[in-house]
Write a protein that binds this ligand. Structure first.
Ligand SMILES: O=C(O)CCC(=O)C(=O)O
Ligand SMILES: [Fe+2]
Length: 281
């Protein structure tokens, strides 16, 4: 099923990430965790399809789970096995950035191909480093994509170009990397996690015409204390952003204009004065 190596120990994961800009971690989620998450997704797709955006490059998606199940989703966002690795590659400065689920239906598998890109949002285009040469792990942001379904040869697959973060375009990466240029599609069982520096060029390879599986994923982006916020759409529920627990409050503290509006409109507790709620329209 695989065309690439998996990294299993903390040392291997971090060494591979350092050298390539990503690591592939098998069995990051247990069968129970997968059953729980797939159950939530199936119920939501059936009962609240309006909470899912229309297919974009073959995938429907939603950010609704964090709002609906904040404490439960927090245990995945700061997963006991994966979050320490995220902290390591973000120099202990990890901040919540984005969390969503995507589903490619079997009939859309072959039309779900994306273009190679880096995950640089609006904020990444107005300033700030998109990668950090002083971080041995490169990253100013890191993302984990968890496969919630088995990804076979025929299925849509996340695919990366190792060590491509310094190049301004894929063509430049091809030229600069020369013989080292490789596109690595990631295949593996449900529960596999791909931890990657979001400036590493990547794409979703489309599935084959005869794919009967499609693909389901959970995407979890992390910023750093010293980075800009990643997006201006993700919002955080009050129970996390204004938690009594210091570490939780700190982790969910990278507020955007949209988050400020969300807090002003929905939170019940007073918003601390260090968030400039009245300065945002
Ligand atoms: O779904 C995938 O495999 C990749 C998704 C992606 O790269 C993105 O949404 O930016
Ligand atoms: Fe991407």
């Amino acid at each position: 099923m695989t065309t690439h190596a998996f990294q299993t120990t903390k040392e291997d994961i971090l060494a591979h990430y350092k050298a390539n800009g990503f690591a592939v971690i098998p069995n990051a989620l247990t069968r129970e965790e997968l059953d729980y998450l797939n159950g939530l997704v199936e119920t939501s797709l059936k009962e609240s399809p309006e909470k899912w955006h229309k297919p974009i490059e073959g995938a429907v998606g939603t950010g609704v789970m964090l709002e609906k199940y904040p404490l439960e989703m927090d245990t995945f966002i700061r997963h006991p096995r994966i979050f320490p690795l995220i902290q390591e590659v973000l120099l202990g400065e990890a901040r919540f950035a984005q969390f969503d689920f995507r589903d490619v239906a079997p009939e859309r598998a072959s039309s779900s191909e994306m273009h190679f890109h880096r995950d640089i949002s609006y904020y990444g285009t107005i300033g700030g480093k998109i990668f950090d040469p002083e971080n041995p792990y490169i990253s100013t942001y890191a993302c984990v994509i968890y496969y919630l379904s088995d990804v076979h040869e025929c299925c849509p697959a996340f695919c990366l170009v190792p060590n491509s973060h310094t190049y301004g375009s894929l063509d430049e990466a091809k030229e600069g990397l020369g013989d080292a240029y490789e596109e690595i599609p990631i295949r593996g069982q449900a529960g596999t996690a791909v931890l990657y520096n979001i400036t590493t060029y990547h794409t979703r390879k489309g599935g084959r015409e005869d794919c009967t599986h499609g693909r389901r994923t959970m995407h979890n982006y992390h910023s750093r204390a010293t980075s800009y916020p990643l997006t201006n759409w993700a919002t955080v529920p009050e129970v996390l952003a204004l938690s009594d627990d210091h570490d939780t409050r700190l982790f969910y503290s990278q507020w955007t204009p949209n988050q400020i509006k969300f807090a002003r409109e929905h939170y019940t507790k007073p918003i601390p004065p260090y968030y400039p709620v009245n300065m945002v329209k």
